[in-house]
Ligand binder design. Structure first.
Ligand code: AMP
Ligand code: ZN
Length: 113
């Protein structure tokens, strides 16, 4: 039961890494749904949003902070962007290692599909 995103963190699987520090990593999505589509993940393996513990609250804040930084660096902050975290089956979650989708560079629609 290997985890795809843990393999990226461990450099066992290639990815276009755009940011890394001791707690988080960010890399471009392999099937981008917008001109900018970057995933920000904790290095700690946490399967879903429901599995976040009290001790992870700072880590969650850090994910959002890094998303802001990448949005600015990629030039989409001013026009706007979307942050998405899918949880479990009905949301369409396919990789069970928490990840924040940063999507931007085009006009987003609401409601989402
Ligand atoms: P989710 O549906 O929220 O679980 O999102 C999983 C995301 O991971 C999808 O957008 C996939 O395109 C993306 N993905 C799957 N495998 C890889 C990979 N090897 N490198 C980068 N992104 C990936
Ligand atoms: Zn993992």
């Amino acid at each position: 039961m290997g985890c795809l995103f843990c393999e990226i963190i461990e450099r066992k699987r290639p990815a276009k890494i755009v940011y890394e520090d001791a707690q988080v990593m960010a890399f471009d999505d392999i099937h981008p749904q917008a001109p900018v589509h970057t995933l920000i993940i904790p290095k700690k393996h946490i399967a879903t949003n429901l599995d976040l513990q009290e001790e992870d609250l700072g880590l969650v804040g850090h994910l959002f902070q890094i998303a802001n930084r990448i949005a600015s660096e990629k030039g989409i902050a001013e026009n706007g962007f979307r942050l998405v975290m899918n949880c479990n089956r009905d949301s369409g979650q396919t990789v069970f290692h928490v990840h924040l989708h940063l999507l931007g560079g085009r006009l987003m629609h609401w409601p989402p599909g």
